[in-house]
Design a protein around this ligand. Structure first.
Ligand code: B12
Length: 496
């Protein structure tokens, strides 16, 4: 059978979004599921973030796949749906369409549309392989009930309805999954980046998170379990990629001292000679300066952490299970070690001018190299979503990018965005304070230099959007009701 897997493009070119500015990561979801079927089926992967718009239609018409799969998180849900619509409109009902990823898993009902035949809930490797093998063997599309982890549109006497099979077990050891089929994205390799770090490879070394922050659904997606790739398998994968820079995608790489020690021992023995980046919590960093130093010596060059806020009350309200003191200690330690810091900070719709000021001051105090300031957003599947769904001004998936307020703001909306849009300017001092890091690790700096000109270009074009409060208001003009401070007219809401 012929299978086409698609990573959708953002819904609007040039719009803000991590992938335009800071971090374009290879589609590991797609290379992972492709690895499970590539020997038995002919598989192609399209990364539409790196293709011209018309390519999808052309490939659908020329390659004529039997199955089209698209991956998405909440922000690109409509784009994934559009991929399925395009497949159906070009190939008719003969093509089988499926979506998977975080949004389909956490909100499968949102993908219950005629153009989508099935939704993969949770981990996709085995579910996708079983589905493709079933269809290739001539299995009926109306007989998918035995494939765990699938929600599918089944005909019933009352019409077509989404039917949900039991969840797929997540017991399988990560070491037993095949290596992601990166050869299927060879034409894109070299174009992925994090800031100036490029070419960049991405590797996932664990799944799940032991914490239950109320703004994140990772622990629910992975059913409260955490699984790790063994130290030897991680280093095998590091050696298998040509890229100098590697991003470990784990939501919390720093979860377990024993695992890090094993990984470091393997790394120190085999010395793959890579610079690597992780996401990790500040409490672990603050409590393990010895390990952080060993990691630095073994190539760790950047840590992305959810600092969220330095306000103890807000940290507790987010169920972050962390302290301001850890944020301060972690930032200072990483700086001392010459490790770049990327910090996510969370503003809230109820922020007033003084709250924004306090946040800029906290970021500057910690001298975070790359501060990313987001707006608190109850994402589907989170505890926040369940508690606050009734307060949402819109459920339009495009606005769940953490850069738009989907709830009522305490300040008038325009003023809220005026304050928010200052974050880049207001925290510039913090980034500048990190420039001396360039002199601390000359080998790292030399490796980064190649990526600097394009990074600067990307930032320049993006600043026009980030720093313009009107751009946020324009985005939401037809979506947020005017009575909530948005630009939409009452009669339009009534009509909708
Ligand atoms: C890398 C990454 C990105 C990349 C892009 C990812 C990509 N697709 O290339 C970038 C940096 C652009 C990005 C951006 C954002 N991200 Co992000 N990102 C990640 C991260 C760290 C890794 C993704 C990954 O490759 N995982 C590895 C693969 C193997 O796992 P997977 O994607 O879950 O895929 C498996 C299954 O879901 C399933 N599957 C997935 N797709 C498909 C498709 C088919 C057909 C099938 C059958 C199965 C299937 O099978 C796969 C194998 O088991 C995840 C965290 C995580 N744990 O995944 C967050 C995550 C996906 N991001 C998230 C968020 C919130 C964002 C942002 C909104 C905000 C932000 N500040 O981070 C922005 C939105 C985009 C924007 N406009 O800025 C949330 C999504 C929550 C949600 N409701 O959708 C996550 C889960 C983080 C979190 N802790 O909550 N992100």
């Amino acid at each position: 059978m012929k299978l086409l897997l698609v990573q959708p493009a953002p819904f609007e070119h040039g719009r803000m979004g991590l992938e335009n500015a800071l971090w374009l990561s290879e589609p590991v979801a797609l290379t992972s599921i492709a690895a499970m079927v590539k020997g038995r089926h002919e598989v192609r992967i399209l990364d539409m973030r790196l293709e011209e718009d018309g390519v999808l239609a052309r490939v659908l018409a020329d390659f004529r796949p039997d199955v089209v799969g698209a991956s998405c998180m909440t922000t690109d849900a409509y784009q994934a749906q559009a991929v399925c619509y395009a497949a159906k409109s070009i190939l008719g009902d003969a093509v089988f369409t499926i979506v998977g990823g975080h949004h389909p898993t956490l909100a499968p009902e949102a993908h219950d549309i005629a153009a989508i035949d099935a939704v993969c809930i949770g981990e996709g490797e085995e579910t996708f392989a079983e589905l493709c093998d079933h269809l290739a063997a001539g299995g009926s599309r109306d007989d998918l009930g035995a494939i765990a982890g699938l929600a599918w549109r089944a005909a019933s006497p009352t019409g077509t309805q989404q039917r949900r099979n039991p969840n797929r077990s997540q017991a399988r050891s990560l070491d037993t999954f095949p290596l992601p089929a990166r050869e299927l994205i060879s034409s894109y390799l070299g174009r992925y980046f994090f800031a100036a770090a490029t070419p960049l490879a991405s590797i996932q070394t664990s799944r799940g998170c032991a914490y239950d922050c109320n703004f994140c659904a990772i622990w629910e997606f992975y059913e409260r379990k955490v699984r790790f790739l063994s130290a030897a398998a991680i280093v095998d994968r590091m050696e298998a990629v040509a890229e100098k820079f590697i991003f470990f995608l784990d939501d919390n790489f720093l979860s377990h001292r024993g695992r890090i020690e094993e990984f470091l021992a393997e790394l120190e023995r085999r010395k793959p000679g890579k610079f690597w980046m992780i996401q990790g919590r500040t409490d672990f960093i603050a409590q393990h300066p010895d390990l952080m130093k060993r990691m630095r010596d073994a190539g760790l060059c950047m840590v992305l952490s959810g600092y969220e806020t330095n306000d103890e009350g807000t940290l507790a309200a987010l169920k972050k299970d962390n302290l301001r003191e850890n944020n301060l200690k972690a930032a200072a330690l990483l700086r001392k070690l010459g490790i770049w810091t990327t910090g996510i900070f969370m503003t809230r719709p109820d922020f007033e001018a003084k709250d924004f000021e306090a946040m800029w001051a906290a970021i500057r105090e910690m001298k975070i190299s790359i501060p990313l300031v987001v707006i608190h957003t109850p994402l589907p599947g989170t505890q926040g979503w369940r508690a606050e769904r009734h307060t949402l001004l819109t459920e339009d998936a495009r606005f769940f990018d953490l850069l738009h307020a989907v709830q009522r703001t305490r300040l008038p909306r325009e003023e809220f965005y005026r304050q928010y849009a200052r974050w880049n300017q207001a925290t510039m001092g913090s980034s500048r304070e990190s420039l001396p890091l360039l002199f601390k690790r000359p080998r790292l700096t030399a490796a980064l230099l190649k990526g600097v000109p394009t990074f600067v270009e990307r930032l320049k074009s993006l600043r026009r959007v980030i720093e313009d409060p009107q751009s946020y208001l324009r985005d939401e003009a037809d979506v947020i009701p005017r009575e909530a401070g948005g630009a939409r007219r009452e009669e339009e809401i009534a009509a909708a």
